[in-house]
Every structure is written in C-alpha cells, then in structure tokens.
Design a protein around this ligand. Structure first.
Ligand SMILES: Cc1cc2nc3c(=O)[nH]c(=O)nc-3n(C[C@H](O)[C@H](O)[C@H](O)COP(=O)(O)O)c2cc1C
Length: 165
C-alpha cells in the first residue's frame, strides 16, 4: 500500500473479532509510535497496553458502548503534561504530539491488517480511578486494537476546495 491507499484503508472500526493481536505486529505498531515526531522532540507520552481480562473489564467501564467491548485489546495513550513543550505565548503542545503518535498507531495497525478507533469521549475520571497515572499524566485517547468484524464505510469528507486556500 502506498500512503494514500493506507490513509483510505484506515477507518474507525466499531466491531472486532475476538482473535488476539500477534506480538510481532504489536511490536511493529509501537515502533511506529515511538518514532513519531513531537514538538522540540519532547515525546511527552506514555502508552499502556491493556490485555489482561481484569484491566479490559476496568477499561470497558470508562466507555459504555457495546462495540467497544468486542476488542481483544486496547491501548491507553496519555499525555505527560510535565514533559510537553509550551510555546512562549503559553500554548501547550501535548495534544498535538499525542495526536500524531496515535495516528501513527492507527496507520501502522491498518498496514498490518488490523483495525482501530480513536476514542476520546470516555470517562477520564473513572479511567484515573481504575489505572495508576502520574500526577501530570492525562489519559487522552483509548484505542481498541484488533481484527475488524465490520466493513469500512465510505469516507465523508469536505471537498478539497473547501479546505485548501
Ligand atoms: C480526536 C478524535 C476523537 C474521537 N473520538 C471518538 C469517540 O470517542 N468515539 C467514537 O466512536 N469515535 C471517535 N472518533 C472517530 C471519529 O468519529 C472518526 O474518525 C470520524 O467520524 C471519521 O471516520 P473514519 O475514522 O472512519 O474515517 C474520534 C476521532 C478523533 C480524531
């Protein structure tokens, strides 16, 4: 797949097969995450790989959707706010950095024949209660990871002329 084909193939998967993700595929995906760029190369992030039944049960309490429960594993992407770059005008860049790393994850997974979905609409406080985070660590994105059990939908996007000036 070239990059455009890969970008077209990635989609928000909302139903997964129970099949486990192979360790070598997970290693490959996380290497793509590790090499993501970040502001001033601060790499202000941590990624928790959630595979145990106990941890999966806790994570499912943070986002109540039937489809979310189908994933065989999850990754919690968090921002280390004490490590992120802050520009002179006060703008924090951890959100931008974590977004780049998570999309590396999603694209790498797609290339490996796997599927993902960004999930930000979760209960952050419950997540903090269930898992151990550092004081300045913010769980920002939950990413279910596995083999798709649904079909890719057609992409609904703005026209080029609406976004390029
Ligand atoms: C920052 C961000 C947060 C998102 N949060 C959620 C979410 O909480 N739940 C969900 O089902 N999808 C979520 N999505 C997925 C979007 O709805 C999806 O990317 C968008 O509709 C385009 O569809 P596609 O990913 O299939 O191309 C999120 C996507 C992004 C980039």
């Amino acid at each position: 797949m070239n990059l455009l084909e890969l970008v077209k193939a990635r989609y928000s998967c909302r139903n997964y097969q129970p099949t486990s993700v192979e360790q070598d595929k997970l290693n490959y995906i996380m290497e793509c995450v590790r090499l993501a760029p970040s502001a001033v190369n601060k790499q202000p992030w941590k990624f928790r790989v959630i595979t145990s039944e106990a941890d999966k049960a806790k994570l499912k309490e943070c986002y109540h959707r039937d489809w979310f429960k189908t994933a065989p594993m999850y990754i919690i992407a968090s921002i280390m706010h004490d490590e992120e770059w802050v520009r002179a005008d006060g703008k924090h860049h951890g959100d931008i950095d974590i977004a780049i790393a998570v999309e590396h994850l999603c694209l790498a997974a797609t290339e490996q024949g796997l599927a993902t979905c960004w999930v930000c609409n979760f209960d952050v406080e419950k997540c903090k209660q269930h898992f151990t985070f550092a004081d300045n660590e913010e769980p920002a994105v939950l990413i279910p990871l596995g083999y798709a059990a649904d079909e890719m939908r057609e992409k609904n996007r703005k026209a080029m002329s609406d976004i390029v000036k």
